[in-house]
Design a protein around this ligand. Structure first.
Ligand code: GAR
Length: 185
């Protein structure tokens, strides 16, 4: 059984999709969600579903929690901080992130959530999308595993763009996590 830990600090829609995807899996178990934000909605969502929800205040505490849960993979789902070296060195090629744009465009520090969609809109792009990548010490810098695009029109607001991108995220992220665990990359 492979054990995955989800790191999240926001609303948790991807985290819940991932939880649902692996619910009946006999080879993958979601051990819980881990957040650096005490009031993150994702923590409530996991508690409501009778799943473990951890709050951590330091990198050391996070690593202790991951190791206590014997996590094999770390999945970032709306987690905005850089992953510390002590965690990266334990989880080599086993940390995956989703970014709501077609990297390398609209990546880097400060580019998260609605900020990304506003920047895409301001640039008048005709498409955007989602990037799923391995995590290294550079923000949004690890090897890209998957990208999918969606068309946007002049009339789309940043909110419309967010909705289109989230639909792609929910469709693909659980499947790409599964492929990573099955060594298919
Ligand atoms: C997702 O759109 C994810 O791509 C983004 O945060 C959102 C979390 O939504 N992540 C980043 O911007 C990372 N740079 P959710 O909490 O509903 O899953």
């Amino acid at each position: 059984m492979k054990r995955i830990a989800i790191l999240a600090s926001g609303n948790g829609s991807n985290a819940v999709r991932i939880l649902q995807h692996f619910y009946t899996s006999e080879s993958v178990k979601v051990v819980g969600v881990f957040s650096n934000k005490m009031n993150a909605r994702v923590l409530e969502k996991f508690i409501d579903r009778d799943h473990a929800a951890y709050f951590f205040e330091s990198n050391e505490e996070l690593l202790e929690q991951l190791q206590a849960e014997e996590a094999d993979y770390v999945v970032l789902a709306g987690y905005l901080k850089l992953i510390p070296l002590e965690v990266l060195s334990v989880y080599k090629n086993a940390i995956i992130n989703i970014h709501p744009a077609l990297l390398p465009k609209y990546g880097g520090a400060g580019m998260y959530g609605v900020n990304v969609h506003k920047a895409v809109k301001a640039s008048g792009e005709s498409e955007t999308g989602v990037t799923i990548h391995l995590v290294n010490e550079v923000y949004d810098g690890g090897r890209v595993l998957f990208q999918a695009a969606t068309a946007i029109t002049e009339n789309d607001s940043a909110k419309d763009i967010a909705r289109k991108v989230q639909a792609l995220e929910h469709e693909h992220y659980p499947l790409i996590i599964e492929k990573l665990i099955n060594d298919e990359f």
